[in-house]
Structure formats: structure tokens, C-alpha cells
Design a protein around this ligand. Structure first.
Ligand SMILES: C[S@@+](CC[C@H](N)C(=O)[O-])C[C@H]1O[C@@H](n2cnc3c(N)ncnc32)[C@H](O)[C@@H]1O
Ligand SMILES: [Zn+2]
Length: 373
């Protein structure tokens, strides 16, 4: 099947039918992820001018590598699957990018230990953690990571999450953000082993995957600073109260300070720090051209991310209102009530009824209850 995406034309496998597995993976639903990758690479060139080389670590059809090569990056496309490599090579040639790209048929963990790249893009099936150490060992500037194992990351598949992320994820009403913070925590700890500090400059949780872009600083003190962003979340299953506690040693709450209940969950270590740099996200938004298939969605997502508060967990207005036995009102009115009461409040990118605030669950209710009708 022929597809055009971001100005390049590729031969990709068709949709899987009747349980027959195609030899090479291609997911049209990841176009937003890929469009934002290209816009991020463009914005990153202004931030770090010496960045030139890009490793598409799990290239499959070669689609990311072809798009990056067409944009002028010095690209390496790697995959263990021989059919993928053949297809990636054809797709590079189809777009006259073969001189701009090297193709490697090997286990990318070995390649990453052998070679140095300015930017490494990990896009495996499921968890990226088996590739994290090798990526941080030698990458110079930016590690981009997609994780599609949302059920383990958010605590719904608890044991798998503990195994993959060496952390305790918990299934809460902010499950996608739990995934984000479990993932970034595990990546930060992986990088710290190599005396590398990470700064997430863009992160989004979108339809069953988390994508994060980590800028690296090769200094033990930077790694220490990243570790300082880790901590634990204490969460009440009864009233949705939550609390963030910085530091690697947890001091779990036995009972909820809000409702007195004892159904408390502890999650961590999670990343409690910012998950994006608003100025960088604005620069990414400016690099999304109208010609990208997901331009409107990509820009809307960036806009929401730019304004999103740094609070480590979001609320869902509908879930809170259900909890209180009250009807929900319009989001804008709800957020205006919080601001009028003196709290910071923003929408969150996790869903249309999600928001962030520095108000506690009882303060949110007191500030908004009057207009919930
Ligand atoms: C989710 S697909 C990549 C999709 C592609 N990046 C895109 O945007 O369409 C995962 C790919 O990783 C490859 N892969 C799995 N383990 C690998 C390894 N150890 N080294 C290199 N490639 C690997 C698989 O063969 C598969 O093609
Ligand atoms: Zn409670």
C-alpha cells in the first residue's frame, strides 16, 4: 500500500486482515506522533545547532528515518527484521534519500553501544526500557521515546509495570499521567547510571501511548538534579485526594487527610518535575506546517501542553462531580471559578474534562460547588 505522509511517499504494509500478521509493522494511527517528531527535530535544531545525526532505532518501514532524512538529518535506520530493512531501503531510495541515510540490520542495543548519535528515537513494541541503557550510554543530545504498554505503566497490569519500570505504578483516575511519570522516572534512573541528567522538553500521552523527548546533560550533577525530581504519590481511592512527596524514601499516609479513609495507594518513584518546557513546545508548534496530516491536532495538543500547569497529577472534572453526586458544568466556567477563588488552574492534555490546579480536592469543591447545577 502506498502512503504519503509529511511530504514523503512510502510503500507500507496494508492493515492486518483476518489475523494474518504483516511482516513489517506500520501504524497509520501514529501519524500525530511522527508529525510531532519532525516538528520537534526542526525546533531542536535551533536549540542545539550541532545536532546532525538521528538514529531511527526501530525503523520498520523506515517512515521516521525517511521523513528525517528528507529534512536534512544524517540518518541511520536500524531494525532486526530483515524484511523491514529491505522495505526501509526501498523507501529511502523512493524518496532520493539513500545518500542521506545508513541502514543497519542488527540488534539496535549493540549498535547504540558501538556508535554515537546526536538524537536517538526509540519506538519499540511495548516497553522501551530494554533499550534505555544503551541509548543513554552514548547519545549526545536528545533521546525520544515511545512507550505503548500503557496498562503496565499506569498500574492496570501491576506486575508487568513493576518489572518493566522498577517502580510501583498505581491505577488511579489520572492513569495516563501515572504512565507518563512512571516512564520518565525509569528513564531518568537509567540515564543517571551513565552520569547523564535528563530534562523532558516535550511529553504527551495520546491514544494508548506515551511519547517523551529527553534532553541530555552529561554531568554527574545533572544526573543528581534529575534524581531530585523523583518522589512518591499518595492517593485516596475514596475521595480522590492526592499528595506528592519528593525524595526516594516514601513515607506513605495510613489514612486520608481529607476524608479519613484508609484506602490509600502509594506510587513511585515517579517523576514529579515538569514534563515539558513551554517555550520549546511553542517552538515545536511553530514548526508544524499546514501540510502535515495532523497539523490541527498537533498544534492544539502543543497549545494545551504549553498552558498545562506543572502539578504532578491532573483531575477529571466529570469523575470529581460523580464522586460528589453533583452535575458537571462547562469546563471554562469551572476553571474560571477556581481562578476567581485565587487558585492556578489550566486544562490538561489528557482529555477534554481534565484539568490541573494547585487547589486540593476539598478546595476545588468549595470553589466550584455553587455553579455545579
Ligand atoms: C513499533 S515498530 C516501529 C515502528 C516505526 N518506528 C514507525 O514509526 O512506524 C517496532 C520495530 O522494532 C523492531 N525491533 C524489535 N526489537 C529490535 C531490536 N532489538 N533492534 C532493532 N529493532 C528491533 C521490530 O522489528 C519492529 O520493526
Ligand atoms: Zn480520602
Amino acid at each position: 500500500m502506498r502512503v504519503t505522509e509529511g511530504g514523503v511517499e512510502l510503500e507500507v504494509p496494508g492493515e492486518q486482515t483476518d489475523g494474518v500478521e504483516e511482516a513489517v509493522f506500520y501504524n497509520p494511527r501514529q501519524e500525530l506522533n511522527r508529525d510531532l517528531t519532525i516538528a520537534t527535530l526542526r525546533a531542536y535544531c535551533d536549540r542545539e545547532e550541532r545536532a546532525e545525526s538521528y538514529l531511527d532505532a526501530m525503523t520498520a518501514s523506515g517512515i521516521r528515518g525517511v521523513r528525517a532524512a528528507a529534512d536534512g538529518w544524517d540518518v541511520t535506520c536500524c531494525d532486526v527484521n530483515e524484511d523491514a530493512i529491505e522495505l526501509a531501503r526501498d523507501n529511502l531510495e523512493r524518496n532520493d534519500c539513500e545518500d542521506q541515510a545508513t541502514v543497519e540490520h542488527r540488534n539496535v542495543n549493540a549498535l547504540m553501544h558501538d556508535s554515537t548519535f546526536d538524537v536517538i528515537d526509540l519506538d519499540p513494541y511495548g516497553t522501551p526500557m530494554p533499550f534505555a541503557d544503551a541509548a543513554f550510554a552514548n547519545c549526545r543530545d536528545l533521546v525520544c521515546v515511545t512507550a505503548t504498554d500503557t496498562a503496565p505503566m499506569c498500574g492496570a497490569h501491576f506486575n508487568s509495570g513493576v518489572r518493566s519500570y522498577s517502580a510501583v505504578p498505581r491505577n488511579t483516575d489520572y492513569h495516563a499521567e501515572m504512565g507518563v511519570r512512571i516512564l520518565v522516572s525509569a528513564l531518568a534512573r537509567s540515564a543517571a547510571r551513565f552520569d547523564v541528567g535528563v530534562e523532558p522538553i516535550l511529553t504527551h500521552a495520546t491514544s494508548h501511548y506515551v511519547r517523551t523527548y529527553l534532553e541530555l546533560e552529561h554531568k554527574p550533577t545533572a544526573a543528581d538534579a534529575a534524581i531530585d525530581e523523583l518522589g512518591h504519590l499518595y492517593h485516596c481511592e475514596d475521595c480522590l485526594y492526592r499528595e506528592a512527596d519528593p525524595g526516594l524514601i516514601a513515607d506513605p499516609l495510613e489514612t486520608c487527610p481529607h476524608c479519613g479513609g484508609n484506602r490509600m495507594l502509594t506510587a513511585g518513584p515517579v517523576w514529579l518535575g515538569p514534563v515539558r518546557d513551554p517555550e520549546f513546545v511553542a517552538a515545536v508548534r511553530a514548526e508544524v506546517p499546514d501540510t502535515f496530516g495532523t497539523a490541527d491536532n498537533a498544534r492544539d495538543l502543543c497549545e494545551t501542553l504549553e498552558a498545562e500547569l506543572d502539578e504532578p497529577t491532573h483531575y477529571d472534572q466529570h469523575k470529581l462531580c460523580r464522586q460528589w453526586g453533583l452535575p458537571a458544568n462547562a469546563m471554562d466556567e469551572f476553571l474560571a471559578d477556581l481562578r476567581d477563588a485565587g487558585y492556578a488552574a489550566s486544562r490538561a492534555h489528557y482529555g477534554g474534562t481534565t484539568f490541573k490546579t494547585d487547589a486540593s480536592v476539598s478546595e476545588i469543591r468549595a470553589a466550584t460547588e455553587e455553579n455545579l447545577d
